[in-house]
Every structure is written in C-alpha cells, then in structure tokens.
Design a protein around this ligand. Structure first.
Ligand code: FER
Length: 315
C-alpha cells in the first residue's frame, strides 16, 4: 500500500516515490558535508559510504508481526484536521491530530508532535507509515500511554504544498523546514494547548520526526529542553545542526531530558548524520538510546522506531 492511496491531497510525494527518486539519483558524487540543498548534494549524501561501528546495532526487540496493521477488535483512534493561524507564514496552516480511543475532554493527555520528511506533508505519518495503526495497537495492549499525536506540515511556507519531484531537494523547500521552528513553538503548540485537553509542560510533550523531520526534532528539541523532555530523531537528515549548535549545553540536556532516542537503518546512506550525533552525545555524556536497525531510508524503519519510541513516552 502506498502513501498516495491514503492521501487525500493531490500532488503529495509518497515515500515510495521518494525512494524511487533517491534510486534515480545514481550514487556517483563524493560524500560531502551539509552545504546548499540541491539534487546533486542529496544524491551525494544518500551515497555516502556506510561504515558501521561495533555499537551500531539494534537495541530494541523487533516488533511483533502486524504491529503496524489495523487489527480486528482494536478500537481505532480518530484522526482529524486541525487548523491554526501562523505568524510565520501569515496564513492558516493545517495539521493532523490523532485522538486515542476513548478520548474524552474529562482527561488531560500528553502530546507527541511527529514530523515528516522532505517530500512529505502532514499525511505522511498516517498515510505512508501507518502511525495511527501502530498507536492504536500499542494503546489497546496497554503498551503505550494514551496520547494525542499532532502531525503538522513541517514546511512553514505560505505555499506549503509538496513540491514537484524536481523541487524537493532545493534551498527553497528546505528553508520552510528551518522556518518551522518558530511556527511550532509560537503558533502550533499554543493553538493545540488552547483547543485540546492536554498537559502543557515539558514532561508531557514529545517531539520526534523522520529524516528531514528527524533533523527538525533534534534541532528544535535539543535547543528547547525546557519545552520537550522526550525527543526522537529517526533517520535524521543533513539538516541536523552541527554539534556546537546542536548540543552547546550538555549539562542542561542531562538534567532536563527524560528520553533522547536516535535511530537509523544500517542500509541508509544518511546514517553518518545519526552516527555523528550519537558519538558526540557519548563524548558529552548525554544519555540516549541508539538503535540501528536493518532498514534503508524507508517506512519499515519509521514504523518500527515509532513503535519503540512511543512505548517509552510519558512514563
Ligand atoms: C539531503 C538528503 C536528504 C538533505 C535532506 C534529505 C537537507 C532529506 C530526506 C528526507 O526527508 O527524506 O542532502 O539535505
């Protein structure tokens, strides 16, 4: 099943299409550090040689069969569209909100903000990764705390639609992902907290994402441990900040974070980004979970790591 078959928005680039695009970008160029975002640079980054260290191994039990499929007898959560006014884009923006089975305004819920990749939008986690099925099953089994999950559009531009394939790896598209930091902190979170019965403190707020969204989650989350105590970067992309900017105050992270979770597939050409963050965190003495699975840059890694990460949240 592909993202496109779920996605009501025409023109969205599916994860499957993104994979095809990545394959079409033949691995010819030299590896390079994060510079201008171009199709050539992306090709080079995806083609970086993969060198695995002894601790680049799986640290989680594999999920059970069917963990990301709709299961008969499991009451599903509800996924609804939420719109909010953004001073960053100057207009109304849309996010998807997952409300767990049994949702009631009589309770207050923790919130996970879940960010998509460079070629996706707010539908990528539900449509391509089946995040709602993963959460439905975990919550039904009592393995995850009932939580609200907010899936924004992480491209904070006046036109935040998914660009055509030849404009995905461009400075203009990537710029929207950097602008999203203020959109999230100043507009989306306050709007969510005004509209839903949520616990509005760092211990009850998590931020995670895949690829470009993984880079955003690390950049924004590690920069704001007073806002997010739970952070997950899955297959994080080269938009991930350099160490001096990413973790300038390791002591604050040690004191304030409840969980920092990093994962990547051992067949993902972007793994050097996550390896670098993992090794720097080790050097800085910042506790974190490092999980290297056998995936490429694909939904298998993201559904599996959402399964692992979401079980650990808010405990
Ligand atoms: C890049 C390669 C991949 C890059 C971003 C990505 C910012 C993101 C991929 C994704 O979100 O799937 O060089 O530069």
């Amino acid at each position: 099943m592909t993202f496109r078959s779920f996605d009501p928005l025409p023109g969205a680039l599916s994860g499957a299409l993104l994979s095809a695009l990545v394959l079409a970008l033949a691995p010819t160029a030299q590896a390079q550090d994060a510079g201008p975002v171009t199709p050539d640079a992306a090709r080079a980054n995806f083609a970086r040689p993969i060198v695995l260290a002894a601790d680049d191994v799986r640290s989680t039990p594999p999920p059970p069969r069917g963990f990301d499929e709709t299961r008969p007898g499991v009451v599903p959560g509800r996924v609804e569209t939420f719109s909010y006014e953004s001073g960053v884009t100057g207009g109304r923006r849309q996010a998807l909100v997952y409300l767990p089975a049994g949702y009631t305004r009589e309770r207050r819920y923790p919130v996970l903000y879940l960010l998509h990749g460079i070629g996706g939008n707010q539908h990528e986690w539900t449509g391509y990764v089946r995040a709602n099925a993963v959460l439905d099953n975990l919550i039904a089994d009592g393995k995850a705390v009932p939580m609200i999950v907010v899936m924004p559009n992480g491209r904070a531009l006046p036109d935040d639609s998914v660009p055509p394939p030849d404009r995905v790896f461009t400075e203009a598209n990537a710029a929207g992902f950097a602008k999203f930091e203020r959109d999230l902190l100043d507009f989306l979170i306050p709007a969510v907290e005004a509209a839903y019965p949520v616990r509005a403190d760092a211990r009850h707020r998590a931020l995670a994402g895949l690829s470009m969204g993984g880079g955003q989650a690390l950049n924004i989350g590690l920069g704001h441990p007073e806002t997010f105590a739970w952070i997950g970067g899955f297959s994080s992309a080269p938009n991930t900040r350099a160490t001096a900017e990413l973790t300038p105050d390791p002591g604050a992270l040690r004191r304030q974070l409840a969980l920092l979770y990093l994962s990547c597939g051992n067949r993902d050409g972007l793994i050097s980004v996550s390896q670098r963050v993992h090794r720097d965190l080790l050097r800085q003495g910042v506790p974190h979970q490092w999980n290297v699975d056998a995936s490429g840059h694909d939904r298998e890694s993201w559904s599996d790591n959402l399964y692992q990460f979401s079980q650990r949240l808010f405990r």
